[in-house]
Design a protein around this ligand. Structure first.
Ligand code: V47
Length: 364
């Protein structure tokens, strides 16, 4: 009985704090999962509406994954060439440039370039392609190189993070994607992706990038072996850095896809738990303006619903996607633009096409 009263007090205290825009303690934030989904939705939606009203952002971009040869072995990854996916490839610069020529001719304004950690290409291979793209298409926004790749390049070629980040700026990279964050808790991280960039290093690289006046995103891979408290810990570490730099544009929770990898998780996370996690992230990450429901890993239907649980960004039409679809996501060839816009409208929101830095390009 006493335990129940204490829990009720904690919850009442949390609701009061959230409505007054006060920050929760770590334990209070974990206890938000005890709230029912509709209450969480209401709280998150109030935060979303205060920032964005009914506007839902998307952009039209193209993902390019130039190589799947990787020196690291992340248990959750189905994309890199391995025993389960024995099809190594490395694209030539000409192939990459042919894609960027094509997308620019069709008015696409962003290219998202992420590779595996290929030790055979040399540092120049990574950098030269940015330079070549920029020379041909100065207006095309290049979002490229995760912090995991920056760490890999620094180690492989005996450079500092500062050196690599300066080279990225000098060669035309405009912003950094949020990949490679996975889950910051050290124990879980060691279990799922031992050997690649660690949590401290991931955050350090983004801090340095932000110090250069540049923007980036941050992801979280969830729904595998982590616990709820690990997600809250992830949010707190992001929020702490954002308090210092303000450089994160967007938080992107990535729902773990179960197929073709070495992380033996059979059951997929429920839609209920995904929506709770989205809503809690909107409440806790009070200093990150945008929350993306990445339909690639959550399905389009759930992403549309997530608009009522704090999400204000649905990524985009995604012409081609290789990393998540390799692990089972039904996203390999994107969605039709008119249909996408229609779905956002029909769900009661206002579709806004944005550029990579969240400037409005078109109100649909
Ligand atoms: O870092 C790998 C994840 C990420 C699986 O910044 C998996 O705008 C689910 O970071 N199940 C790459 N996820 C994708 C990414 C991203 C996507 C869209 C937009 C942005 C952005 C970033 O995909 C990896 C990893 O965390 N991933 N395997 C899997 N089995």
């Amino acid at each position: 009985m006493r335990g129940q009263i204490n829990l009720k007090d904690t919850i009442m205290n949390c609701l009061e704090k959230i409505r007054n825009n006060l920050r929760l303690t770590f334990d209070e934030a974990v206890s938000l999962y005890d709230l029912d989904l509709l209450t969480l939705g209401e709280l998150a939606d109030a935060k979303r509406q205060a920032l964005h009203g009914k506007r839902t952002y998307f952009n039209i971009n193209r993902h390019i994954n130039p190589t799947n040869v990787c020196k690291d072995v992340c248990k959750f990854c189905a994309y890199s060439a391995s025993r389960k996916n024995p099809n190594p490839y490395t694209m030539s610069h000409e192939e990459i440039l042919a894609i960027t020529d094509d997308i620019v001719s069709r008015g696409i304004s962003e290219v998202h370039i992420v590779s595996a950690h290929n030790p055979d290409t040399g540092l120049e291979w990574y950098l030269e392609v940015f330079r070549k793209i920029k020379a041909r298409h100065p207006q095309l926004h290049i979002k490229a190189l995760t912090a995991a790749e920056v760490h890999f390049l620094a180690e492989e070629y005996h450079k500092s993070y500062d050196d690599i980040l300066d080279l990225m700026v000098a060669n035309g990279v405009d912003s950094m994607p949020g990949g490679g964050a996975e889950i910051f808790d050290e124990k879980v991280r060691d279990y799922i992706c031992k050997g690649k960039v660690n949590s401290h290093q991931w955050l350090e690289i983004h801090r340095k990038w932000h110090e250069r006046g540049m923007k980036s995103n941050v992801t979280m891979l969830f729904g595998h072996v982590e616990e709820r408290s690990h997600r809250i810990d992830h949010f707190f570490r992001i929020r702490d850095l954002q308090d210092v730099t303000g450089g994160f544009n967007c938080f992107i929770p990535l729902v773990y896809q179960t197929q073709n990898n070495f992380l033996n998780v059979k059951a997929s996370i429920t839609a209920h738990e995904i929506l709770k996690t989205m809503a809690i992230s909107r409440i806790v990450l009070d200093n990150v303006p945008n929350l993306k429901a990445y339909w690639v890993t959550s399905t389009v239907n759930l992403a549309l619903l997530a608009q009522e649980y704090g999400a204000n960004d649905l990524d985009g039409t995604i012409e081609k996607e290789s990393i998540n679809s390799a692990a089972g996501a039904k996203s390999a060839y994107g969605v039709d633009l008119q249909e996408f816009v229609g779905l956002i409208k029909n769900s009661g929101f206002e579709p806004i096409e944005r550029d990579s830095l969240y400037n409005t390009l078109k109100v649909w």
